[in-house]
Design a protein around this ligand. Structure first.
Ligand code: NAD
Length: 384
């Protein structure tokens, strides 16, 4: 219930016109009972201490579900990066890193990208930390560019993990993946890779959508061609041989499985009643609201909860950290195979826990995570 550390810092930045603007930044460390704190940093105008604290707690449980040797943390700066120049963004990032320098570190707290921060921002954090520490320290952040110690496989990790969650759920329900009819909401990093792997494994991806709308073909979409089309035109709309549908129509299609991989709350009290899918694999964070979750549960829908279904990203972040500490470089195949093994195991741990307590898989994932954190806290005891 109580985060261990909540740090609020002010970040003065010299702006392009010579003026100085002060931004407010946060780093919240929720729990390090199971290992060093781990969690992303977001740059977003409305980011505040409450939001960062809630997200830090979720990281504790996400890492525990996948059994990574990490606790949970989150950071953020209230700013609109779209209004900042690259130089301003660099100065903001470096000053923020300087302000949180004492509480982060490869064995203390390892940041990563989140909303509107990317590999370049991680490179600046790494360089600032390394210069202050007096030694190159790539293992202080993950999600770095591959040229600076980032891991192969990070780009496809989350989407592949979401597809693995769906595949395992289909197996558990004796449905199998071949010919499974799937609709994917959101066709960005997570959605497009999830769709690509599902297509590769023989599932029929019949519909996908992005913020402009969706496309549908009951015979199945050619996902590699659709990815090319999206790259070329910036949207999935206008794809040859597919009918255009709205995002809501996509959610209500007669499919076996849904992959919400766009934004939070799209499956809500209004949209949930007409959902026909039997499996939902949550690529996005919080795509199902809590009232909608009750409806899905009543309908007997199998939900692969977000803290499991999108944990592929943090799992590969962990592998990046391990590679950096050992000064090794693994191939993409190695990284993704290790990730798959971890996620499949976590899936079955969650399934067993939800059966043991006779609860939904979402509640099962939470029970498993809380149990693991509690066990560590009890073993550590309170000191001093
Ligand atoms: P992204 O920006 O690459 O893609 C988001 C996609 O959703 C875009 O195609 C966008 O057009 C679409 N979209 C936005 N609003 C929509 C709407 N109302 N209806 C349909 N489509 C809509 O982002 P991403 O990295 O793929 O992240 C997607 C979700 O997954 C987010 O909730 C994110 O927090 C979560 N997530 C991502 C990662 C990761 O490694 N990228 C890890 C964990 C969780």
């Amino acid at each position: 219930m109580y985060p261990k550390v909540q740090l609020t810092v002010s970040i003065p930045v010299r702006m392009r016109d010579g003026s100085v603007r002060t931004f407010i930044g946060y780093r919240v460390q929720h729990s390090n009972a199971r290992g060093p704190y781990k969690g992303g940093i977001r740059y977003y105008p409305t980011t505040d201490l409450d939001e960062v604290t809630a997200l830090a707690m979720l990281m504790t449980y996400k890492c525990a579900v996948v059994d990574l040797p990490y606790g949970g943390a989150k950071g953020g700066v209230a700013c609109n990066p779209k209004e900042l120049t690259r130089d301003e963004l660099e100065r903001l990032t470096r000053r923020y890193t300087y302000m949180i320098y004492d509480i982060i570190g490869p064995y203390k707290d390892i940041p990563a990208p989140d909303v509107y921060t990317d590999a370049q921002v991680m490179a600046w954090i790494m360089d600032t930390y390394s210069q202050l520490a007096g030694r190159q320290t790539p293992e202080v952040v993950t999600g770095k560019p591959v040229a600076l110690g980032g891991s192969e496989g990070r780009e496809e990790a989350t989407g592949l993990g979401t597809a693995i969650g769906l595949r395992e759920a289909a197996k558990a329900l004796n449905m199998g993946i071949k010919g499974l009819r799937v609709a994917v909401e959101g066709f960005g990093n997570v959605g497009s890779y999830a769709a690509m792997y599902l297509h590769e494994w023989g599932a029929k991806v019949v519909a996908v959508s992005d913020s402009k709308g969706g496309v549908y073909n009951p015979e199945g979409l050619n996902v590699p061609k659709l990815i090319e089309h999206k790259k070329r035109t910036g949207t999935v709309l206008g794809f040859e041989g597919a009918k255009e549908i709205t995002d809501e129509e996509l959610l209500h299609l007669d499919v076996d499985a849904l992959v919400p991989a766009a934004v939070e709350g799209t499956i809500n009290a209004r949209t949930v009643h007409d959902v026909k899918a039997k499996i939902v694999s949550e690529g996005a964070n919080g795509p199902v609201t809590s009232d909608a979750d009750r409806v899905l549960s009543e309908k007997g829908v199998f939900v692969v909860p977000d803290i499991l279904a999108n944990a592929g990203g943090v799992t590969v972040s962990y592998f990046e950290w391990v590679q950096n500490l050992k000064r090794e470089k693994w191939t993409k195949e190695e990284v993704l195979a290790k990730m798959e093994a971890k996620l499949v195991r976590a899936f079955h741990d969650v399934l067993n826990t939800s059966r043991r307590y006779a609860v939904s898989s979402r509640m099962g994932a939470m029970c498993l995570a809380v149990e693991r954190v509690c066990e560590a806290i009890k073993l550590l005891n309170i000191w001093p």
